[in-house]
Design a binder for this molecule. Structure first.
Ligand code: COA
Length: 259
């Protein structure tokens, strides 16, 4: 797949994706959003891709938000269309059946924080900063930020960030549970890759059912416990479940096939 705003490299099943507009701190313009939409389809449909890391180009920015220059002159209904489209793209990342993690290497603001939150989990470099500064522009987040921030850090902390438009640093993001690890910038991709290597060595269908069951917690149209029951049951129909349990009893390492 070719992209105009993303750099990609695939190694040992892990696709590293770099949002590449460093002169604009990787802000999400229409081209980046179109590329992210294509990306989620590529991850989903390419057997050689087992997992992905999303990061930003340069040492300063992960993604500094939606591209503010594209907001000028939009009507209310055009704003709604933009939010609906952005939400759909971020939903496709969140619901990807393969693990997608954010390696946050700098500013993750507005749409950048929303992109990171749509990923399955986040790792930050020490210089990373997070925030939803939309109120400074007379706006609110539109790509799921009001929802996922509450889910991840709780309503009180989320509303403080949303209403002050302020930023938190990486240690605070760690304390809030917004990120799982904070590491020196030069170790960010190594840490992300190591975590994904551990994950992709497990049974892929079980991994995808972890994702869909955890996502069901926040889906008002579904009962997450019922989703878990169905997903648990489905595992019994897989070669990998038979292999995993047999290997345990035979005291050997399982050889998963993804079937
Ligand atoms: N949309 C469009 N352009 C953006 C951008 C965004 N969200 N964020 C940064 N840029 C651009 C700047 O306009 C600047 O471009 P220029 O060199 O052509 O003038 C370039 O990226 C570098 O940013 P700059 O502001 O000069 O860097 P800084 O270190 O002084 O400040 C930030 C960094 C992140 C604090 C600042 O860029 C900022 O506040 N960005 C907007 C964040 C935001 O409100 N995001 C939510 C949008 S809904």
């Amino acid at each position: 797949m070719t992209y105009t705003t993303l750099l990609t490299s695939l190694e040992n099943g892990i696709l590293t994706v770099t949002v590449n507009r460093p002169d604009k701190l990787n802000a999400l313009n229409r081209d980046v959003m179109t590329d992210l939409e294509k990306l989620s389809k590529e991850i989903e449909t390419t057997p050689d891709i087992k997992a992905a890391i999303i990061t930003g180009s340069g040492q300063k920015g992960f993604v500094a938000g939606a591209d503010i220059s594209e907001f000028i002159g939009l009507s209310s209904s055009e704003g709604m269309d933009l939010a609906r489209k952005g939400q759909a793209i971020f939903f496709s990342i969140e619901n990807c059946s393969k693990p997608v993690i954010a390696a946050v290497n700098g500013f993750a603001l507005g749409g950048g924080c929303e992109l990171a939150m749509a990923c399955h989990f986040r790792i930050a470099s020490e210089n990373a900063k997070f925030g939803q500064p939309e109120v400074n522009l007379g706006l609110i987040p539109g790509y799921g930020g009001t929802q996922r921030l509450v889910q991840l850090i709780g309503k009180g902390r989320a509303l403080e960030l949303l209403m002050t438009g302020g930023m938190i640093d990486a240690p605070t993001a760690l304390q809030y549970g917004l990120v799982n690890y904070v590491v020196p910038q030069e170790e960010l991709l190594t840490k992300a890759t190591a975590l994904l290597q551990t994950i992709i060595a497990k049974a892929p269908l079980a991994i995808s059912r972890c994702i869909s069951s955890a996502n069901a917690v926040f889906d008002n149209n579904r009962n997450g416990y019922e989703v878990e029951i169905a997903a648990f049951g489905d595992c019994f129909d897989t070669d990998d479940m038979r292999e995993g349990t047999t290997a345990f009893l035979e005291k050997r390492k399982p050889a998963f096939t993804g079937k």
